[in-house]
Ligand binder design. Structure first.
Ligand SMILES: [Zn+2]
Length: 221
């Protein structure tokens, strides 16, 4: 399976990468948001590859519709007239896709994070910070930085370039030094370098460099 084909179906490089890692056994379940007009080709892809998929029975309306990349949204009924995205849960295992959908319906962030295969430390971090971040911006980069010592971190944990469609991780690491997240991203990088070396090197180039977060400047190397 070529990444380019996945990108044509799923719409972005980050989404294509997640599916790529799912197909090669590095992720148990992937959760992604799609608009009405995108869902048909995603379903068709899953059907053709023997992947299970589940769609949430509500849509998520972005709180900031002008921003192309936003973390913040709220659940709305399917017949709500506002444009919204549907969460789709994709897995090789039908039960896992269903469970992830149910945990998210119940706002059970802990079980959802576990179902998506995120490290325990990062799941705990999310659960702890969620009440505050939900009210603010749903962005967990600031609390992750609070948990990080120093100013230089391995590029594996760089989740600050997601708006530029670059990241190895699909969760917020609890710290930019999180060992479990680094291990996870390394496995993804290794798989990608074997199968799509040009994309792997391009991503690394994009993930390395300085990033400003609030008043702090850090560097991923
Ligand atoms: Zn962690």
């Amino acid at each position: 399976m070529r990444l380019g084909e996945l990108r044509a179906v799923f719409g972005s490089r980050i989404k294509a990468l997640e599916i790529f890692f799912l197909m090669y056994g590095l992720k148990p379940v992937v959760r992604q948001g799609f608009y009405d007009n995108e869902i048909g080709r995603v379903k068709e892809f899953c059907r053709s590859k023997g992947l299970a998929w589940e769609i949430a029975p509500y849509k998520v309306v972005l709180a900031d519709p002008d921003s192309k990349f936003s973390n913040k949204g709220f659940k709305a009924r399917i017949d709500d007239p506002r444009r919204g995205m549907y969460f789709v849960y994709i897995s090789k295992d039908e039960r896992k896709a269903t469970e992830a959908k149910i945990y998210e319906m119940k706002n059970d962030h802990r079980r959802l994070g576990e179902a998506l295969g995120y490290p325990d430390c990062c799941v705990e971090f999310f659960v702890k910070n969620e009440p505050e971040r939900r009210r603010l911006d749903n962005n967990y980069v600031i609390p992750a930085l609070r948990n990080s010592q120093g100013v230089r971190f391995p590029y594996y944990t760089n989740v600050c370039k997601r708006h530029k469609d670059a990241a190895f991780l699909s969760h917020f690491p609890h710290s930019f030094e999180c060992t479990a997240s680094i291990e996870m991203a390394k496995k993804c990088f290794k798989m990608l370098s074997e199968l799509e070396p040009d994309t792997a090197m391009m991503l690394v180039r994009e993930l390395k460099g300085r990033v400003r977060i609030g008043s702090r400047e850090i560097e991923f190397y």
